[in-house]
Structures are given as structure tokens and as C-alpha cells.
Design a protein around this ligand. Structure first.
Ligand code: HEC
Ligand code: HEC
Ligand code: HEC
Ligand code: HEC
Ligand code: HEC
Length: 396
């Protein structure tokens, strides 16, 4: 028994990431708002601010699904997924003992339960996630992500892009992953996302091409504005070159417009649809089961003769060849995404009588299969976001 305890203690300290407590003075973005109003407002509308299970139906139902199908307690799965979704959680691993206690109904008021339901983590990926990163261990094994890849600063020390900033509320320090190499910060979580059995279903780091930085597009161009409205410099606030904290991505219809380029060509028998992706990462990318829809309408004049819908997505199988979400996958279907700076060509037979054809391309956050497995209700998951469309006259 003693040996067993010793082993769990040693393993616990080896594999559990080091937690640094964030005091109430810093844990909520509301505390930053008095001086950094613009930034807090921009961030509040981002999906980083919704990465907690209470704010994202898809994430919440995925957690429940993983717990149900693996016969593990929901709290244990919440702790596991918090690695990237809620990295300031105060418990970083649970283990067998917790499962036994959970089955016996002995976990009420436990450290794990408190950690999972702590309001301190309810903001998801907030200011004290990115700005309290002190070190990123790129020398670690590539499977270690989120909390297992970083070390936190001392409570109250903010990492930022400026070497000469001064604040009355917190200490500051500058790091290269806030200035010249911000991709390194993004890849702490946006890389090597894997299923319970180790199948890597997303790796934005390995698919990435070119020199552009993630922040160039997802935080926009640098522009002049106030970092803080606090009169810190000779009784005045100061303008600097800043970016937008909106982190706009797949959930925002507006930025899908023209994210892909479409080209149509016809021979006498086939229609050739070319989709070119000018972005430095695949599309769809990110979480599995995202989908690009290609809707082809064959027409005679303005009258539609036939409509065909192609889905570029990935599907997953768990045990016994059953359809599943990415996190339980042991197998994944062929990758249909459009590679970074690359293209995908679809060939379709033409139909008799059609003298023109129209192609419309849309994006959807969740494909039919997973929406139905998880019974997702919010309209956003099935909403079609318009990307691009084109028509072509067919020669007889
Ligand atoms: C996902 C990571 C991430 C989160 C979350 C985040 N930031 Fe930032 N922040 C950055 C990066 C990266 C930069 C540097 C951008 C640049 O200039 O290239 C930055 C820059 C800043 C700056 C310097 C000025 C500027 O606007 O460029 C301030 C101040 C700041 N953030 C405050 C905040 C506050 C307050 C919050 C919470 C509401 C927050 N940040 C949330 C990543 C993040
Ligand atoms: C009382 C005002 C005040 C509050 C409250 C405040 N800050 Fe700041 N912060 C400042 C000032 C002033 C600066 C420096 C601005 C400059 O140099 O232009 C700053 C700079 C920063 C920077 C950039 C540091 C660098 O070296 O680039 C970050 C990041 C930051 N704050 C994060 C936060 C976060 C997160 C919170 C909330 C937990 C917060 N601040 C609360 C006043 C404040
Ligand atoms: C601590 C982990 C973590 C870090 C660091 C991180 N992200 Fe994220 N990011 C996430 C998670 C988790 C989500 C999904 C949240 C959700 O949908 O509930 C996300 C979502 C996004 C999205 C999709 C938003 C949408 O509307 O679809 C974009 C874009 C994004 N992050 C960009 C970045 C960039 C750029 C950086 C680096 C400056 C970064 N992230 C750093 C974890 C992280
Ligand atoms: C040249 C601009 C550009 C750069 C640089 C860029 N992205 Fe994107 N990204 C896009 C566009 C356009 C989309 C598709 C529309 C959308 O979701 O915003 C996208 C989509 C995404 C999505 C949602 C994908 C999905 O289908 O779920 C995530 C997450 C994301 N980007 C993260 C990143 C990260 C992390 C980096 C850096 C490694 C990065 N992006 C670099 C333009 C860019
Ligand atoms: C390696 C870090 C990491 C871990 C661990 C992780 N995720 Fe994620 N997750 C992400 C990132 C990054 C995104 C955003 C990708 C995107 O926007 O497409 C994301 C997005 C998601 C989404 C899509 C949310 C949306 O609003 O569209 C779901 C669902 C999800 N994760 C479920 C889970 C579950 C369940 C677990 C635990 C079993 C988990 N994740 C563990 C990094 C992680």
C-alpha cells in the first residue's frame, strides 16, 4: 500500500502540470477592463471567451459523450479537456482513485469537483492564460500541449509585446512569443489535437506553410491605439501599435467570404471545379467534423434541372466501426480538406439538357453525422456560411 502511494505521488508530480494560483485581483477580465476596455470588449466576443463548457454547446455535449462512451466520470474528462480549453484549472490530473470514489458517490466537495466548477476558469482562454505564459517548452514531446507545454509567470506578472511598458496594477515582462514569434504561443494548443487512442485529427503546426503569422489574420493588422487608458506617462495615456483581440475564426460568417477561390471549367462531358486555398493552413482545419459544402445546380435557362451537394469533411469511427466524434476516433476517413496554398479538384459528370451551371461554396461548423450524434440544438452548428459562388455557360 505504501509503495502504491509513493508511486502515485511520484507519477503525480511528474505528469501533473505545475499550477500557479491566480489571485482574485487578476483572475477575471473585468479587473482589466478599467484600463484595457477596448481589448476586453474585443476579446469578449471571441470564441476564446467561450471555450468553457458552460458557454459552448458543442464542447459541453462532446464532454458528456466522451464520458458516457468511455465510462469515466464527467469531471475526469473535464479536467483532461481543460488542458487546452481551461488551462488555469487548479487540478491537472485525476486518476483511478477518483474514478472509484466517483462510482461510490464520494466526490461531492472534492478538490476535483471544486476545480472543475471554479468560477475562476469560467472565462475560458482569458487574459491570464496568454499573458501569464512565462515559458513555452518546444523541446518537450509534441504530444504535450496546453498546460503541459507551458510554465506560468508569478501571480501578477503580465507577459506582453513591449519592453518599456509600465503599469500601476501589475508587473510586466516581454517575450519573443508576443512579438517576433507569436505562432509559438498559438501552437501550444492549436497543434497535435488527438483522440483518446492517440489518433491526431488536427495539427495546424504540421500543415502550416509560409511566413505569415496567425495574429496577422486572426488579430488583424497592427494599428495605432491606446494599450491602456490609464494616464501612466507624464499624466497621459500613450498610443502604440496594437492588434485586435477578436480572434475571429470559423464561427464568424463575415470572414468566410472569399476565404477560398473558385474556378469552373467544362469539357463536353465533365465539369471541373477547382477550389484554391490561399490561407497558410488547411480549410477546413481546426476541430474535426468541420465541413465545406459544394452545391452544384445544373440549369436550363433559369430553371434548375438537378442539384448535387458534395461535402468535404472528415468522419470518425470508434470501436465496432461505429460513427463517433473526433475524440473517440480510432480511424478517420480520407482527409478532404483543401491544403494550405494548395487546391482540390472535383470532377462531375454533366447532365443532358443543361445549358448552364451554378456552383456555390459554403462552410459549416459541424457535419450532419456529428450534429446528429450529439443532438446539437443551437442554430450556429448547422448554419451555412457563404464562401464563394460562380456560374458557367455550357457549350453544346
Ligand atoms: C489567445 C491569446 C491571448 C489572449 C486570450 C489575450 N491576449 Fe492580449 N495579446 C496576445 C498577443 C499575441 C499580443 C501581441 C499582439 C501583437 O502586437 O502582435 C497581445 C497584446 C496585448 C496587449 C498589448 C497591446 C496590444 O493590444 O497589442 C495588451 C495590453 C493585452 N494583450 C491585454 C489583454 C487582455 C486584457 C486580455 C483579456 C481580455 C488579453 N490580452 C487576452 C494574446 C492574447
Ligand atoms: C490600473 C490600470 C490597469 C489595470 C487594472 C490593468 N492594467 Fe495592464 N497595463 C496598464 C498600463 C498603464 C500598461 C502599459 C501601457 C503602455 O505602456 O502603453 C499595461 C500593460 C499591459 C500589458 C502589456 C505589457 C507589455 O509589456 O507589453 C498587458 C499584457 C496587460 N497590461 C495585461 C493586463 C491584464 C491581463 C489585466 C487584468 C488582470 C490588466 N492588465 C489590468 C494598466 C492596467
Ligand atoms: C490555451 C490554449 C490556446 C492558445 C494558447 C490559443 N488558442 Fe485559439 N483556441 C483554443 C480553443 C480551445 C479554441 C476553441 C474554443 C471554442 O470554440 O469553444 C480556440 C479557438 C480559436 C480560433 C477559432 C475562433 C472561431 O471563431 O472559430 C482562432 C481563430 C484561434 N483560436 C486563434 C488563436 C491564435 C491566433 C492564437 C495565438 C495568438 C491562439 N488561438 C492561442 C485554444 C487556444
Ligand atoms: C492569411 C491569413 C491567415 C493566417 C496567417 C492564419 N489563418 Fe487561420 N484562418 C484564415 C481564414 C480565412 C480562415 C477561414 C475563415 C475563418 O474561419 O476565419 C481561417 C480559419 C481558422 C480556424 C478555424 C478553422 C476551422 O475550420 O475550424 C482556426 C482555428 C485558425 N484559422 C487558426 C489559425 C492559427 C492557429 C494560425 C497560425 C498557425 C492561423 N489560423 C493563421 C486565415 C488565416
Ligand atoms: C491540444 C489541446 C486541446 C485539447 C487537449 C482539447 N482540445 Fe478541443 N479544441 C482545441 C482547439 C485549439 C480548438 C479550436 C479549433 C477550431 O476552432 O477549429 C478546439 C475545439 C474544440 C471543439 C469545437 C468547438 C466549437 O465551438 O466549434 C470541441 C467540440 C472540442 N474542442 C472538444 C474537446 C473535448 C471533448 C476535449 C477533451 C476530450 C478537448 N476538446 C480537448 C484544443 C484542444
Amino acid at each position: 500500500m505504501k509503495i502504491f502511494l509513493l508511486i502515485t505521488l511520484v507519477l503525480g508530480s511528474l505528469f501533473g502540470a505545475k499550477v500557479v494560483k491566480v489571485s482574485e485581483k487578476y483572475e477575471s477580465s473585468l479587473k482589466c477592463k478599467i484600463c484595457h476596455k477596448r481589448i476586453v470588449e474585443e476579446w469578449s466576443n471571441s470564441w476564446h471567451a467561450k471555450s468553457h463548457f458552460s458557454k459552448d454547446e458543442y464542447f459541453r455535449k462532446s464532454l458528456q459523450y466522451v464520458s458516457r462512451k468511455t465510462h469515466r466520470s464527467l469531471n475526469a474528462v473535464k479536467v483532461e479537456c481543460a488542458t487546452c480549453h481551461n488551462p488555469r484549472i487548479s487540478v491537472t490530473n485525476t486518476g483511478e482513485d477518483y474514478e472509484i470514489a466517483s462510482v461510490m458517490g464520494l466526490t461531492k466537495g472534492s478538490k476535483v469537483e471544486k476545480a472543475v466548477n471554479d468560477k475562476a476558469i469560467s472565462e475560458g482562454i482569458n487574459c491570464v492564460v496568454c499573458h501569464n505564459v512565462d515559458k513555452i517548452h518546444d523541446e518537450y514531446d509534441k504530444t504535450k500541449r496546453g498546460i503541459n507545454r507551458v510554465e506560468w509567470t508569478k501571480n501578477g506578472l503580465m507577459t506582453g509585446p513591449f519592453k518599456d511598458a509600465k503599469s500601476p496594477y501589475h508587473k510586466v515582462q516581454s517575450h519573443e512569443f508576443m512579438t517576433t514569434n507569436p505562432n509559438k504561443l498559438c501552437f501550444v494548443c492549436h497543434a497535435n489535437d488527438r483522440s483518446e487512442s492517440g489518433l491526431v485529427f488536427t495539427n495546424m503546426q504540421s500543415e502550416y506553410k509560409g511566413k505569415k503569422k496567425c495574429v496577422d489574420c486572426h488579430m488583424g493588422k497592427r494599428h495605432k491605439d491606446y494599450v491602456s487608458t490609464y494616464p501612466m506617462y507624464n499624466g497621459k495615456a500613450r498610443q502604440r501599435m496594437v492588434r485586435n483581440h477578436g480572434f475571429k475564426g470559423a464561427h464568424f460568417a463575415s470572414i468566410w467570404r472569399n476565404a477560398l477561390a473558385l474556378k469552373l471549367q467544362a469539357t463536353n462531358r465533365a465539369l471541373r471545379v477547382e477550389l484554391y486555398n490561399p490561407q497558410p493552413h488547411n480549410l477546413p482545419s481546426g476541430y474535426g467534423s468541420r465541413e465545406i459544402l459544394v452545391e452544384v445546380t445544373y440549369k436550363k435557362g433559369t430553371r434548375a434541372l438537378k442539384e448535387e451537394i458534395l461535402s468535404l469533411t472528415r468522419t470518425y469511427k470508434r470501436k465496432h466501426h461505429k460513427a463517433s466524434t473526433a475524440h473517440l476516433a480510432i480511424k478517420q476517413s480520407r482527409d478532404e480538406s483543401i491544403p494550405a496554398h494548395g487546391k482540390r479538384i472535383l470532377r462531375l459528370p454533366l447532365i443532358k439538357g443543361a445549358d448552364n451551371v451554378e456552383v456555390k461554396v459554403y462552410y459549416r461548423l459541424v457535419n450532419d453525422e456529428v450534429r446528429s450524434i450529439l443532438e446539437l440544438k443551437d442554430a450556429i452548428w448547422s448554419k451555412k456560411m457563404f464562401i464563394v459562388s460562380k456560374s458557367l455557360k455550357l457549350h453544346k
